[in-house]
Design a binder for this molecule. Structure first.
Ligand SMILES: [Zn+2]
Length: 265
């Protein structure tokens, strides 16, 4: 599902634009112009770029903290419903998961405050459209904080929930609880989305899939391997049939980021 063009390498981390984002960007720009109450499409585009720059900075927050804690970051992918940062391996220690999960929303919170501080004095100047756009990006960033901090695994709040539960119940049971809660929210998003916004239904689908997939990975990682009656016996011909044994490479998303779904106030 993921891939796309590399548009920048902040701190050496490839930042990719998924092709679907390019398709959806004009639609998002239109929705954002309408949300701001500005008739000029230009400001819709500025806000749309601002939204994805905000999401990229949020992901960079997760990524730099992850790297600082010893988890290499493969890349960051921006999609129409938000961004995803991929680590070479998921954090195993609850405290690592906690600080990595919280870093993104903290960046968004700082950006929200910054936008509002910059916009306030401009609201009474001739640069009204600029001021409204920056103020709107403040709301967008606050939306990123609030929406992503819902305890909806594998979004940030769900990861915080799992880290908290993992300290008491271990990683597997904590993941099971977080996934159950995540699926409950996904079902809620479907109900709300069908009446309000189809983006929310897409997000619900992605959240459900990602939660289920991550649970399978954790089950494989945490369960002891089954006893193999042929342990120690190596079939010398198997290398010709199957090729050399390969180590599966897992790139695990630390984030299923989502923009505030309505893209409007
Ligand atoms: Zn995040």
């Amino acid at each position: 599902m993921f891939g796309g063009f590399i548009i920048a390498r902040p701190y050496g981390i490839p930042l990719r634009l998924h092709w679907t984002l390019i398709v959806f960007l004009p639609f998002i720009a239109l929705r954002m112009a309408a949300g701001m109450g500005i008739s000029s499409a230009l400001w819709g585009w500025v806000a749309a770029f601002g939204l994805f720059a905000s999401v990229a900075l949020h992901e960079l927050g997760h990524s730099l903290v992850a790297r600082g804690r010893g988890y290499p970051v493969r890349d960051i992918v921006l999609t129409p419903i938000g961004g995803v940062a991929f680590l070479a391996s998921a954090p195993r220690r609850p405290n690592d998961e906690l600080v990595i999960a919280i870093a993104g929303p903290l960046v968004s919170l700082a950006l929200a405050v910054l936008c509002w501080l910059v916009a306030a004095p401009l609201l009474h100047s001739p640069a009204l459209n600029l001021a409204l756009t920056i103020e709107f990006l403040g709301y967008i960033n606050m939306g990123l904080v609030l929406f992503n901090m819902l305890p909806c695994f594998p979004m940030d709040g769900g990861r915080v929930f799992r880290a908290w539960q993992a300290k008491k119940h271990g990683r597997l049971e904590a993941t099971r609880r977080a996934v159950t809660l995540g699926k409950f929210f996904a079902a809620l998003f479907v109900v709300l989305g069908l009446f309000n916004n189809l983006f929310l239904v897409v997000i619900a689908f992605v959240v459900w899939q990602a939660a289920a997939a991550e649970y399978r990975v954790v089950q494989m990682q945490e369960r002891p391997p089954p006893r193999n009656p042929f342990a120690g016996f190596v079939d010398p011909l198997s290398i010709f049939r199957n090729g050399p044994p390969s180590v599966p490479r897992q790139h695990e998303a630390i984030d299923v980021e989502v923009g505030p779904p309505p893209y409007e106030k």
